[in-house]
Every structure is written in C-alpha cells, then in structure tokens.
Design a protein around this ligand. Structure first.
Ligand code: GDP
Length: 455
C-alpha cells in the first residue's frame, strides 16, 4: 500500500476533546514533527499506548494546542500499521490547524473509512467486523449497539467460519480421493456428508431469518398511522413524540416530502409516517387519500389504524381497515378513551394483531401501544451479535444457503459428486464474500465509502 494518512476523528463541532488520527509508515516521523512532549524527549521514543503530555505545533513551530499524544505501532494497532492519536481541545479551528500541520509533515487526508479499510486489508478484522464499526457509530437503540459490538467481536465471523470449515472438509476429502488414488484415504461417499450439509443449512437459514429483525433493529420499523380524518392520527403522533422526546429527530424528505418522525417505543425504533396530511386537501381528492393510505400500509412493517372511539364505525373507518390488510402487522387504536366509548374492541379483535384503547389527547393508555409494539417486534433470542443487520451480508448468506440447498437436491437426485461439489464451492465463495476472504476490490471500496472520515 501505503502512504501515511491523517484525519480529524471527532465531529466538526465545538466539544471538550477533539481527536486527530494518523496511520501509515511515516507516522512516527510525522508525529515527531508535530508533537513535542513536555519531557523534551521525542514522541517516537515512548512505548506503545502511553499517553504523553506536550505541545502540538504548526509547521513553523508555533504552538497550536497543549494536548496528549499516544502511539501504537503496527502490526498490533487498529489499522495494523504505525498509528498515532492526538487528543486536543475540541476546537474545530485548532483541529483543522493540527491536521494541516500533519499534512505539512508528510501525511495526507484520509478518505472515508480508510483507517478501517486498512485494518481489513491488513487482516486486523474481517468485513463483518468492519461493517459492525459503522453499525456501532449509527446505532439508535441499545439493542442495535449491543448487536454491533457482538459483531465487532467476531460473532458472525465465528459462526460462518465453522460452516466454511465444514464445507472445506467435504471438498478436500473429495479432491484428496481424486488426486491421490494410491493413498490410503477413505472412499468419498456423498451420503457421509448429508449431515454436514443439513447442519450448515439450518445454521445459514437461522442467520438469514435474523436479517428481518436486524434490518428493523438498525433502520427502525417503518410504521404508518392511518385512519379517517379527525380520528386523532396527528394527536397520536404528537403524543408519541412527547412520550419519547429524548430521542426524537426529524428526518425530512422522502420523495413525497413527508416528514418522518423517529420514536423509540419499548426499545423498538419506529419510523412513523403520518398519512394524515392528505385530509386537508379536501373532498375532491379523498380517493387519492385512500390510495395514499393503501400504499403507505403496503410499504410499512407496521400499520397503526386509529379510530375515533367516541363515535360509531363509518364507511371511512372501513376503508382504513381495508387498507391495513396490506400489512402483516397491524394495531388498532381506539382513540378518545377520555370520552364515553361507543366502539367496542371485539369489533377489531380478529382483524388486528392487537387492539389498544387510549387517549392521544390526554396521553393515557400509551403504554398499551408500547406493549403491543414490543409484542409484535420482540428481541430475537439469537445470541448477541448473531443478528444480521446488513443487506450485503444477508445477500451473501442467502446465496450460500441456496447453493447448499441445491447441493442437497443434487445428492437426492443421485447427481455425480463433482456437480454437488460445484454447488458446495459456490456456497463457500458466498461465505468468503461475507467475511471478505474472497471479495472484489470494487465491492470493498463501496463498503468503506459508507464510513465517515477518520474511522
Ligand atoms: P387526525 O385528522 O386523524 O390527524 O386527527 P387530529 O389529531 O387532528 O384530531 C382531530 C380532533 O380530535 C382534534 O380536535 C383533537 O383535539 C381531537 N382528539 C384527538 N385525540 C383525542 C382524544 O384522545 N380525546 C379527545 N377527546 N379528542 C381527541
């Protein structure tokens, strides 16, 4: 590879501490020029991972900051190369000047994810671990963070490596018998390997199945609130936002320019879209409103249908019920429980996964909705870190699984061993892509471009 890269590793806002990072073969000489320990010794004379107090200097030797520095020599560092970190005061101006001083001393600006990419290319982590780094940074729930840390510790790698090794056994036995007919090697019998294939299929299937939950864990549940005008949809949305004000953020702009609100309910992250806006446009396009509700329900993981409990069921309510039919998980909310309720929950029991009675206006009964959501999206009992959260990984697992199923079918049909082994090798190739053992360079570049600079 390899030149020496540097970046500001912390966010570009004023904060207590800001970190500059350096990695590459010239790290020690770069850091000796930019950082002078208060002791008068050279930074490069210090052992690994010792925090050393001193001055950060610009290229003319003027003091930029008083800070701490630590070095970690390769190959035992994060990137596998010589690395250094400067822990400065968190001033964007000081950090920018410090970065320029590092450039003047011989480093260049790191690209997005370049530190982690070097860690991957130097064998410090596999691809699933590298991708876990992004997931930790972006985790929005404790569950997502926990799973990402498990993956960073190699949970997916260990799981798929076991499967990979068992497939290597099959292939190597076959080739050994074929290539060394005179050696005393047990004859190759495909049926001896059916158990290995069965067990690999079960494990890959479980991994594949975990992706649905994994996607929800990292991206959130796409939830649509539907219902007739004045049922209380907006009030419910507002009540939920108030319910979990701490983590509410506005994410502007799907293509329809709606506002998506993110709310955590009982540990489940909901990406709530209120389909209500349409009602304000009047009778003439009521039909359009229904269509919008239908398509919102179709795209959603969860539909929350809101009914005005203080009045009887109307034709519009029936439309809303019809719209929920597009989604597998649906909750009926009988709203306005602070008034005398006319609507009875039994009416919805068969049609909905759960029925909640609440008052969006008075903020009462919201805990029933929380319980219903948690019930519909339970934390899976997969060990920590073994939930797939990444579409690329899920695709590789699916292909590995498909090939193994094809191998099993081929055995059942009595196909010759070489055809069965071709399928097995395809499966191994897909697993290799998952962990990065056999991945194309353009794919690797795409993966790391999703990282932030400095990671
Ligand atoms: P949307 O058209 O479905 O979004 O309904 P809104 O949230 O705009 O509410 C319509 C009307 O119902 C407003 O006057 C709200 O104040 C009222 N409303 C909403 N929720 C409740 C509730 O829980 N109890 C009562 N009494 N009124 C409510």
């Amino acid at each position: 590879m390899s030149d020496t890269i540097a970046a500001i590793a912390t966010g570009g806002v004023v904060s207590a501490i800001g970190i500059l990072r350096v990695s590459g073969p010239e790290t020690l000489s770069v850091i000796d020029r930019v950082f002078h320990p208060a002791s008068g010794r050279k930074m490069s004379s210090y052992p690994n991972r010792q925090l050393v107090y001193g001055s950060m200097l610009d290229h003319d030797g003027a003091k930029l900051d008083l800070c701490l520095c630590t070095i970690s020599r390769g190959p035992g560092s994060y990137t596998g190369e010589d690395t250094a970190e400067l822990q400065c005061h968190g001033s964007p101006t000081v950090l920018r000047q410090g970065l320029e001083a590092l450039f003047a001393a011989g480093a260049r600006q790191a690209g997005p994810g370049e530190f982690s990419k070097r860690a991957f290319l130097n064998g410090r982590m596999d691809l699933t671990q590298a991708e876990a780094v992004i997931d930790i940074i972006h985790a929005e729930t404790p569950e997502a963070a926990r799973n990402a840390v498990g993956q960073l510790s190699g949970a997916i790698l260990r799981k798929t490596d076991e499967i990979y090794t068992s497939l290597v056994d099959i292939c190597s036995h076959y080739h050994a018998v074929l290539d060394y007919p005179d050696e005393d090697i047990d004859d190759f019998q495909l049926k001896d390997y059916t158990e290995t294939l069965d067990s690999a299929i079960v494990r890959l299937q479980a991994l594949k199945d975990s992706f649905q939950r994994g996607r929800i864990m990292t991206e959130g549940v796409r939830a649509a609130i539907i219902g007739k005008p004045n049922a209380g949809k907006s009030s419910l949305l507002n009540a939920l936002l108030g319910y979990d004000r701490a983590i509410v953020t506005d994410v502007a702009g799907t293509t329809r320019d709606t506002i998506e609100e993110r709310v955590r309910l009982g540990g489940v992250l909901l990406r709530l879209t209120d389909t209500a806006g349409i009602r304000e446009t009047g009778d003439a396009i009521e039909k359009l409103g229904v269509d919008r509700a239908l398509s919102a329900a179709e795209a959603a993981d969860l539909v929350i249908a809101v009914f005005d409990g203080s009045g009887p069921l109307t034709a519009e309510d029936e439309e809303a019920i019809h719209a929920t039919g597009q989604c597998a998980k649906r909750i009926a909310v009988i709203n306005k429980s602070d008034q005398e309720l006319v609507l009875k929950p039994d009416r919805f029991a068969d049609l909905f996964s759960a029925v909640c009675i609440l008052s969006a206006k008075e903020h009462t009964g919201l805990n029933t909705l929380e319980a219903a959501v948690t019930g519909l999206f339970p934390v899976p009992d997969a060990p920590v870190g073994e939930i797939l959260t990444n579409a690329r990984q899920a695709d590789a697992v699916s292909r590995a699984l498909e090939s193994l199923c094809a191998a099993k079918d081929a055995i059942a049909l009595g196909v010759t061993p070489d055809a069965v082994l071709t399928e097995t090798e395809e499966s191994m190739a897909a697993l290799g892509e998952l962990t990065g053992k056999t991945i194309r360079e353009d794919v690797t570049n795409r993966i790391f471009s999703r990282f932030c600079v400095g990671k």
